[in-house]
Design a protein around this ligand. Structure first.
Ligand code: SF4
Ligand code: SF4
Length: 417
């Protein structure tokens, strides 16, 4: 690595050094309490998969360049030069961490290892060493936001092709449009993923509830966040914020995508609209009597996987259970309880990397597969696309024999007058 690149990367590092991050980097006592908390280490017990090791890879660079001893004593054992070897270690640390923050709830100091590995991701982006596919997907989202008029016609045609299936799920719809688009003054803007599975069940439930809603032109997923690029994350987020402001909606509801929900909820700042997850909206409809569900429509015992970004990191824990209490009399909670739930092992961009990460995802999520299997439930419900894909892979790999389902599709299937 040449000196110029190193200086640019250190400038990026310095930009992240607020008081909280410095506290995280300086407080760790290596007590090891967080070690068994990480699903990767619990499933593959080798030191490089401990939270403390991942953080240490970043911390050593911090000590070398931002602490007095590291600057004065070049061979100080705890400091490490930012070179090609260090970049390879940063890659391994960043892309073996799903950002689930389970380690944080165990750490007596509340050290957020995800925020430390975010520095690793940022340095990889700065050195053009991040997974190319994630950056490319982020660029596609950005380009769609910049030239939405070119995409609109194709998008509208694609949506029209889904309308029949929405009406098959729920015939009555107050506006006469099964999937309304671009509705100024709508109460709720729904931001879906690219795919019928994310639009049809949600549309049926909105229509059943008599919601005055509008579908967003943009997909919810934020690949900028997966790749750890704050600039791209913000541009992708702003497309939705600007659309919501233009339509003057009161609420922006994010589909079953954990990262999209967390990013919108935590990074959109003060806005004239409320941010909700689709799960929260469905729970509200049931509570307010706007939709009714028939338990007979769901066949077999059910367990629920809490997506880390929606539950532990987003606070949505009671709502899915409330919904499930209206869907089944045979709900089986996983152990341990939701705040300490095992990560599915697919977050942080790992599922988006597909086959490339498959082997690691399967091995590092053994504890998740065991946790789900121990419930004996027939249906494994969840509310995040990443989790659903990963759980589906785990189901097949570990031969769990479960039916992995989106919670929203179960709600749509159980709708009754
Ligand atoms: S955030 Fe999750 S994956 Fe990352 S180190 Fe902590 S427990 Fe492990
Ligand atoms: S629990 Fe906290 S203090 Fe202990 S090793 Fe982990 S991060 Fe460091």
């Amino acid at each position: 690595m040449d000196q110029n690149t190193r200086e640019q990367l250190l400038a990026l590092f310095q930009g992240k050094l607020n008081r909280t991050i410095q506290m995280y980097l300086e407080t760790c006592t290596r007590c090891g309490v967080c070690t068994p908390a990480c699903h990767a280490y619990a499933s593959i017990p080798v030191p490089r998969y401990t939270p403390a090791h991942r953080a240490e890879v970043v911390r050593r660079i911090y000590k070398k360049y931002f602490k007095a001893q590291g600057k004065v004593l070049p061979l100080w054992g705890q400091a490490k030069a930012l070179d090609d070897t260090a970049m390879a270690e940063l890659f391994e640390a960043a892309y073996s961490c799903t950002g689930c923050r389970r380690c944080m709830v165990y750490c007596p100091f509340g050290i957020d290892t995800q925020q430390i590995t975010a520095i690793a991701k940022l340095l990889l982006v700065g050195a053009n060493m991040e997974p190319e596919v994630l950056s490319m997907l982020a660029d596609v989202s950005i380009s769609k936001g910049e030239s939405i008029d070119e995409f609109k016609e194709g998008f509208i045609k694609g949506i029209e092709r889904l309308e029949k299936q929405v009406v098959e799920k729920w015939k009555s719809h107050p506006s006469g449009t099964p999937i309304p688009l671009d509705v100024e003054g709508a109460d709720l803007l729904y931001v879906a993923l690219a795919g019928a599975h994310s639009i049809i069940p949600a549309a049926a439930v909105f229509n059943a509830a008599g919601e005055k809603w509008s579908l967003s032109f943009f997909e919810a997923v934020n690949f900028g966040a997966f790749v750890g690029d704050p600039t791209k994350t913000k541009i992708i987020l702003d497309r939705i914020i600007n659309e919501a402001r233009r339509l003057k909606v009161k609420e922006v509801s994010i589909c079953e995508c954990g990262t999209a929900f967390r990013v919108m909820k935590q990074l959109s700042g003060s806005q004239p609209f409320y941010v909700s997850s689709l799960t929260e909206v469905h729970a509200r409809y049931i509570r307010d009597g706007r939709i009714k569900l028939d338990k007979n429509k769901i066949d077999g015992s059910v367990t629920y996987h809490d997506p880390c970004q929606i539950a532990r990191n987003g606070g949505v824990i009671d709502e899915p259970r409330y919904i499930l209490s209206h869907l089944t009399d045979d709900y089986r909670e996983m152990s341990p309880d939701p705040r300490y739930n095992w990560c599915c092992g697919g977050g942080g961009g790992l599922v988006a990397l597909g086959e490339e990460t498959y082997d690691f995802r399967m091995k590092s999520a053994r504890v998740k597969a065991e946790q789900a299997g121990q419930t004996g439930a027939k249906i494994l419900a969840t509310a995040c696309e990443n989790c659903q894909t990963q759980l589906d892979n785990l189901n097949e790999h570990y031969k769990l024999g479960m039916d992995v389902r989106f919670l929203s599709s179960m709600v749509a299937d159980a709708l009754v007058e």
